[in-house]
Ligand binder design. Structure first.
Ligand code: GTP
Length: 321
C-alpha cells in the first residue's frame, strides 16, 4: 500500500460505486473570472491544501467535495511571454500541469470578443502531447443578453475547427449571479475518471497563506539552482497585509519576504548579475502569488544571510523549524 506521502494516489478507503475523482484547472486570459469561479465552486469549503510530493509546484486551489465525487482544482499561474530561462521554466511548469489534469476549463468571458490571447492559449493546449479533455466556460453570462451570448457560443464553437480541438461541453456560467454553477460542476465531474477520493477531508492541511506564499517563493528561487544551494535557502514571509486606504475593488496585498541563505557567496548567486536574478525571482513569484490568492500583490523580496542557519538552533527556531 502506498504511504500517505505518495498521494495523490489512491486512498485505501473504498468509495461508493461510481465515485469519481480527479483534477481540473481553469485557464483563461487575465480577468476571465477563473478565481471567482473556483471560489464559487468550492464555496465555503475552500481549502488551500499544501501540495503533496508529486504535485509539488502545483498549488491546490480548492477541493470540491461531493457525495458522488471529489474534484481537485489546481491553480496554475498564467502563461507569459518568457523573457528569461526562469520564465521559460515557469511556462513549462504550467504546461506540465495541463498535461496532468483530467479536465481543463477554458474561461472565455461572454462580455469580450474572443481575441488573440485566447486563441494563443487554446492553441498552446492543442499542441500538448497529451491533451486533457476540454470544457469551454463562457464566464460572466450575467453581463450579456441572449443575442450576444449566442454569438459568443458560436465563436467558441468555431475554435474547434480553427485550432483542431474538441470541446466536450460548452457551458455558459455566471459565478457572480450563481447561474449554471451546478451544471458546470456536474459537467466537470462527469469527465473525471472513476476512483476513490484523493484527499480525505480530514487530511487536507489548511496551511496558513503565509506558508504557501513562502513555499511558492522558495520554489521559484530554486528553479535552475543546483548543488547545495537548494538546501540552504529558506523563505520567511515577514509580513502580509492588504494595503490600507485602497478602494474595495482595487485591493493590493503587500508581502514582505526574505530569502534566507547561509553564506555571502550564496547571497550573490540569488541576487545575480546586477540584481537580475533577484528581479526575475520577484516577478515570477509575484505572478504566482497573485494566481494563488487572486489579489494583486506588491512583493518586497530581500536576501538575508544567516550564517549556517541549518545548524544553529536559535536560527532554526526563528525560522519556524
Ligand atoms: N459580472 C460578473 N463579474 C465577474 C464574474 N466572475 C468574475 N467577475 C469579475 O471579473 C473580475 C475578474 O475576476 P477574477 O476571478 O479575478 O478573474 P481571473 O481570471 O482569476 O483573473 P486573473 O487572476 O487576473 O487571471 C473580477 O472583478 C470579478 O468580480 C461573473 O460571473 N459575473
Amino acid at each position: 500500500m502506498p504511504a500517505p506521502e505518495d498521494l495523490p494516489g489512491q486512498m485505501a478507503s473504498t468509495a461508493p460505486e461510481g465515485f469519481r475523482s480527479g483534477f481540473a484547472c481553469f485557464v483563461g486570459r487575465p480577468n476571465a473570472g477563473k478565481s471567482t469561479l473556483t471560489n464559487a465552486l468550492v464555496g465555503s469549503k475552500i481549502a488551500i491544501a499544501s501540495s503533496k510530493p508529486q504535485t509539488t509546484r502545483h498549488a491546490i486551489r480548492g477541493i470540491v467535495h461531493r457525495a458522488d465525487a471529489q474534484l481537485v482544482l489546481i491553480d496554475t499561474p498564467g502563461l507569459h511571454k518568457p523573457r528569461t530561462l526562469l520564465g521559460e521554466r515557469l511556462n513549462d511548469l504550467v504546461r506540465g500541469t495541463w498535461t496532468e489534469v483530467d479536465v481543463i476549463g477554458v474561461c472565455l468571458p461572454a462580455n469580450q470578443k474572443i481575441g488573440p490571447g485566447d486563441t494563443y492559449l487554446v492553441g498552446e493546449i492543442a499542441n500538448l502531447p497529451r491533451k486533457p479533455m476540454l470544457v469551454a466556460v463562457a464566464t460572466k453570462s450575467d453581463l450579456v443578453g441572449p443575442q450576444r451570448m449566442a454569438e459568443h457560443l458560436m465563436a467558441i464553437s468555431a475554435l474547434e475547427e480553427k485550432l483542431g480541438i474538441r470541446w466536450e461541453h460548452i457551458v455558459p456560467v455566471s459565478a457572480v449571479g450563481d447561474d449554471q454553477l451546478d451544471v458546470l460542476a456536474d459537467t466537470l465531474v462527469s469527465l473525471l475518471p472513476e476512483g476513490p477520493p484523493l484527499y480525505p477531508e480530514g487530511e487536507i492541511t489548511d496551511e496558513p497563506e503565509e506558508t504557501l506564499v513562502a513555499e511558492l517563493i522558495r520554489e521559484v528561487a530554486l528553479e535552475g539552482v543546483r548543488d547545495e544551494l537548494p538546501h540552504s535557502i529558506t523563505v520567511v514571509v515577514e509580513e502580509m497585509n492588504l494595503r490600507e486606504g485602497r478602494p474595495a475593488e482595487k485591493p493590493l496585498l503587500d508581502v514582505f519576504a526574505s530569502m534566507v541563505v547561509e553564506r555571502d557567496s550564496q547571497k550573490g548567486i540569488i541576487i545575480g548579475h546586477k540584481g537580475e536574478r533577484l528581479r526575475d525571482i520577484g516577478a515570477a513569484a509575484r505572478h504566482q502569488i497573485e494566481a494563488l490568492l487572486g489579489t494583486p500583490v506588491y512583493l518586497d523580496l530581500r536576501v538575508k544571510v544567516l550564517k549556517e542557519w541549518q545548524r544553529d538552533a536559535k536560527h532554526l527556531n526563528r525560522l519556524g523549524f
